[in-house]
Design a protein around this ligand. Structure first.
Ligand code: NDP
Ligand code: 8X3
Length: 252
C-alpha cells in the first residue's frame, strides 16, 4: 500500500526533487506552493512518469487562513499523511543588520518559521491519532553557523533547528519521528530568489564550485523516511565536498 507525503514548496528546487523521488518510491504526494501553473505541470509529470497520485494545493504558508483552508479542504484519505516535508522557505536579501529591509525580514520569519509552525500544528494533529508519522524539517548550515549579512536568514534556520529538537520531545510519546536535514550550498532557485531575480549575482554564488543539487538532498530525505519504524535519523548536515563551512568554499 502506498504512503502519503506532503511536500511544501514543491514548485522548485529541493521540494520538487523530493516530491518526484518520493513518487518514484511508493508515495502518493501532496505538493504545495504559490505558483499554481508549476504545481499543475509537476502533477502531470509525476503522474505520467510514476503512476503515483498527486494532489496540488496552492497557498501561501505565511497566511494562516490560507494554510487552514487548504489543508482542511483535503479529502480524508489525503489527511492520512505519513510524512510531512517542511521545505518551503527562502532567503530574501543579504544585508548588514543595520541596513536590512523589514519586508525581507518579515517574509523570511513568516515563511521559514511561522509557516512551518502553521503546517506542523495541523498535520501533527492528523498524525497523533494514528500514533505514527514522520516530520522532516529543512534546516541549513545557516542554522549551525552565522555569516555576515545573513543574520536574519540564519536566525530562521537556527529556529528550525530548535523547533526540530522541540517537536521531537513533544511528539515522542505519539511515536512521531522528527528529522532535520541541513544542507550547505544547493543550486536551486534559492539565490535567484535571495537576489530578487538578479541572475548574474545568483550565478556568481555557484561560480567555480560544484554545489549540491536538489536531487542530492531528495536522496537524503528518502533515506530518512524509509528507515524501519524503530530508527530515526535526527539530523543530517550535508555539504558540497568543496564547502568546508558556511563561508569557506574552495573555488577552482
Ligand atoms: P527554491 O527557491 O528553489 O524553492 C523554494 C520553494 O519554497 C518553492 O517551491 C517556493 O514555491 C516555496 N515557497 C517559498 N515561499 C513560500 C510561501 N510563502 N508559501 C508557499 N511556498 C513557498 O529553494 P530551495 O529548494 O533551495 O529551498 C528549499 C528549502 O531549502 C528552503 O527552506 C531553504 O531555506 C532550504 N535550504 C536551501 C539551501 C540552498 O542552498 N539552496 C541550503 C540549505 C537550506 P512558490 O514560489 O511557488 O511559492
Ligand atoms: C542556504 C545555505 O549558506 O546560503 O541555507 O545560507 S546558505
Amino acid at each position: 500500500m502506498k504512503k502519503i507525503a506532503l511536500v511544501t514548496g514543491a514548485t522548485a528546487g529541493i521540494g520538487k526533487a523530493t516530491a518526484q523521488l518520493l513518487a518514484r518510491n511508493n508515495f502518493d504526494v501532496i505538493i504545495t506552493g504559490r505558483r499554481n501553473n508549476l504545481l499543475a505541470e509537476l502533477k502531470t509529470a509525476i503522474e505520467s512518469e510514476t503512476g503515483a497520485q498527486v494532489l496540488p494545493l496552492c497557498f501561501d504558508v505565511q497566511i494562516y487562513n490560507e494554510v487552514v483552508n487548504a489543508l482542511e479542504s483535503l479529502p480524508d484519505r489525503w489527511k492520512n499523511t505519513d510524512v510531512l516535508i517542511n521545505n518551503a522557505g527562502l532567503a530574501a536579501g543579504l544585508d548588514f543588520i543595520q541596513e536590512g529591509s523589514l519586508i525581507d525580514w518579515e517574509q523570511m520569519i513568516d515563511t521559514n518559521v511561522k509557516g512551518l509552525l502553521y503546517i506542523t500544528r495541523i498535520v501533527s494533529g492528523w498524525m497523533i491519532p494514528k500514533k505514527a508519522g514522520h516530520i522532516v524539517n529543512i534546516g541549513s548550515i545557516a542554522g549551525r553557523e552565522v555569516y555576515e549579512k545573513g543574520s536574519v536568514y540564519c536566525a530562521t534556520k537556527f529556529a528550525v533547528d530548535a523547533l526540530s529538537r522541540g517537536m521531537r520531545i513533544d511528539l515522542v510519546s505519539h511515536n512521531i519521528k522528527v528529522t532535520c536535514i541541513e544542507p550547505g550550498m544547493v543550486n536551486t532557485e534559492f539565490s535567484l530568489v535571495r537576489f530578487k531575480g538578479d541572475r548574474k549575482r545568483a550565478d556568481k554564488v555557484y561560480e567555480g564550485v560544484t554545489p549540491l543539487y536538489a536531487e542530492d538532498i531528495a536522496e537524503a530525505i528518502l533515506f530518512a523516511v524509509t528507515r524501519p519504524p524503530h530508527v530515526n535519523i535526527n539530523e543530517m548536515l550535508i555539504m558540497p565536498t568543496a564547502q568546508a563551512a558556511a563561508t569557506i568554499v574552495h573555488r577552482e
